[in-house]
Write a protein that binds this ligand. Structure first.
Ligand code: FES
Length: 521
């Protein structure tokens, strides 16, 4: 296949991690229950934290709106590394040496913890030690790389400056971290989920939390009407669904990024890589059942704010072709993660006034080690009231005030998107081709219309059920995405990811509109 043929992407996106593991089938919550700790969200944080707590004899229930481990955790690059871009010199400058050292310690410990647990429990999750490289091909990043080597080394990370890397390309500079790793996240976490159950914990799928009654104990209400009473609640639902405190919707912003798993003619030289340049590119090997696949990741844009999302996959194909002879692309997927104002996740007490409610969010695409570190912090806070690396992740940390400029910038962006969505005039072009989605003006209303490959029309009200922004069509994933806080909905209005807790409303008669469209042509 030539590159143009490869870029036609005849198959819908599918993550290798999802395709190579079985789907789960945990029950939905069918009755009211009472537990010590309720965890909202069955991703890597929720499962890891439940594992640590159940080991200590704590009674834990996880509720997951869909199925566990299929959101960001099932669509990651699965690098197990403390190398999170050029971050250490930045946080040392912004937050000081003590907090930067906590961040390094928390993430280095997370690597060792995943390794230890996978060995102890005999989990065959392809955990493989690797060196991790950040490299640049531009002079302007050389000094930044030198600064990063110095900062990371000063915090105890085994970091070295390099002028060559195992990839067959010429570079200007690189920083290498040793003792890093890669793994198969679902193989690891599905095994941990089974451990949670074997130690008396519970996992409920298809159980969406919609509200919390702040009594003592807390009562979590679910969409199905069942309730969970819990002394302590952890909100680990990726973007926090609960917004009565903490103004998280004004302090985090969601971004999408993309990955390909390619079959190449050349053998992969080993190592995990990311470029210093923006937009970044990342690489690692996947040892699949069908042989070597090279994972190529990168591109990013705010959710709902990319014009033609297919072009992001195409850009990755072009990058892959610069390095390898691409034979085909068996898997490709996109994902979404939340970033915070200072690039450090918010993990700890939901606010300083909610001693028994906790949050973990904002991994900024570095979720494997950061969320494992979060699970440890949350476990420690629940069991002991404190944790060695809690300050750098504290959601109420004072250093966030230093990010006031970012706060204003992000919230102006949301306000702009809110207004733009309401005021942008819509084309009165009613033609909707097979596989196409667009917002149209029909009967004076903004209507989201998608025509599937069989010709059937699917209509939604494009006003987001979270806080009312107007949704945009995502052509690559065939979904309706919100440019304000990142909620996503399927073409028929079901929630793909929150913070929204209600599906899109159906107020339009499909047959009437279809007739209108047909009459128009
Ligand atoms: Fe907040 Fe859509 S996600 S308005």
């Amino acid at each position: 296949m030539n590159l143009d043929e490869i870029k036609t992407f005849t198959k819908p996106p599918e993550s290798y991690w999802m395709a190579s593991t079985p789907t789960t089938n945990y029950p939905a919550l069918a009755e009211d229950i009472k537990v010590d700790v309720a965890i909202v969200g069955g991703g890597i944080v929720g499962i890891s934290c439940a594992y640590l707590l159940t080991k200590e004899g704590i009674q834990v229930a996880i509720i997951e709106a869909d199925k566990i481990l299929q959101g960001a955790t099932g669509h990651t690059t699965a690098k197990v590394t403390s190398q999170h871009g050029l971050i250490y010199n930045k946080i040392k400058t912004k937050m000081g040496e003590e907090l930067a050292k906590q961040y390094a310690d928390a993430n280095e410990s997370a690597i060792r913890m995943i390794e230890k647990i996978s060995k102890e429990l005999n989990i065959y999750c392809d955990f493989t030690p690797q060196s991790a490289f950040i490299y640049t091909q531009q002079d302007k990043y050389v000094q930044k790389i030198q600064d990063e080597v110095q900062a990371a080394s000063s915090f105890g990370i085994k970091a070295e400056y390099a002028e060559k890397i195992p990839l067959d390309i010429s570079i200007k500079a690189a920083v290498r971290f040793d003792n890093q790793a890669q793994f198969h996240p679902r193989k690891y976490l599905l095994a941990l989920a089974k451990e949670v159950i074997s130690k008396g914990g519970s996992i409920y799928e298809q159980t969406r939390a919609v509200d919390i009654e702040e009594n003592n104990p807390y009562v979590i209400k679910t969409k199905q009407g069942k309730k969970i009473t819990a002394d302590k609640v952890i909100i680990a639902s990726h973007y926090p669904f609960y917004n009565k405190h903490g103004i998280y919707f004004a302090r985090i912003y969601p971004e999408r990024s993309y990955a390909l798993a390619i079959k190449a003619k050349e053998k992969y030289p080993g190592g995990i890589y990311i470029t210093a340049e923006d937009p970044g590119r990342s690489l690692r090997l996947i040892n699949s059942e069908h042989g070597e696949l090279i994972m190529v990741g990168g591109e990013h844009h705010k959710t709902g704010q990319g014009i033609d999302t297919v072009k992001h996959y195409e850009a990755l194909v072009d990058f892959a072709a610069e390095l390898f002879t691409v034979e085909n692309i068996p898997y490709r997927w996109s994902t979404q993660d939340c970033s915070t104002l200072d690039d450090i996740p918010y993990v700890g007490h939901f606010t300083s006034d909610t001693p028994n409610m906790y949050v973990a969010t904002g991994y900024g695409k570095w979720g494997m080690t950061n969320s494992t570190a979060s699970a440890v912090i949350l476990k420690d806070l629940i069991l002991h009231g404190n944790s060695p690396n809690q300050d750098v992740y504290n959601p109420s940390r004072k250093t966030i005030t230093a990010s006031a400029k970012e706060f204003v910038k992000e919230n102006l962006n949301v306000a702009k998107e809110l207004l733009k969505g309401k005021l942008t005039p819509l084309p009165d072009d009613f033609e909707i081709k097979l596989g196409e989605g667009k917002v149209i003006d029909a009967f004076g209303e903004r209507i989201g219309a998608f025509r599937d490959e069989q010709g059937a029309l699917h209509l939604v009200n494009t006003t987001c059920t979270h806080l009312g922004c107007e949704l945009q069509w995502n052509s690559a994933e065939k979904s309706w995405d919100c440019p304000c806080h990142g909620s996503r909905f399927s073409y028929n209005g079901d929630i793909i990811e929150g913070p929204a807790v209600m599906p899109l409303q159906y107020e339009i008669n499909v047959n009437t509109l279809d007739k209108l469209i047909n009459d128009d042509f």
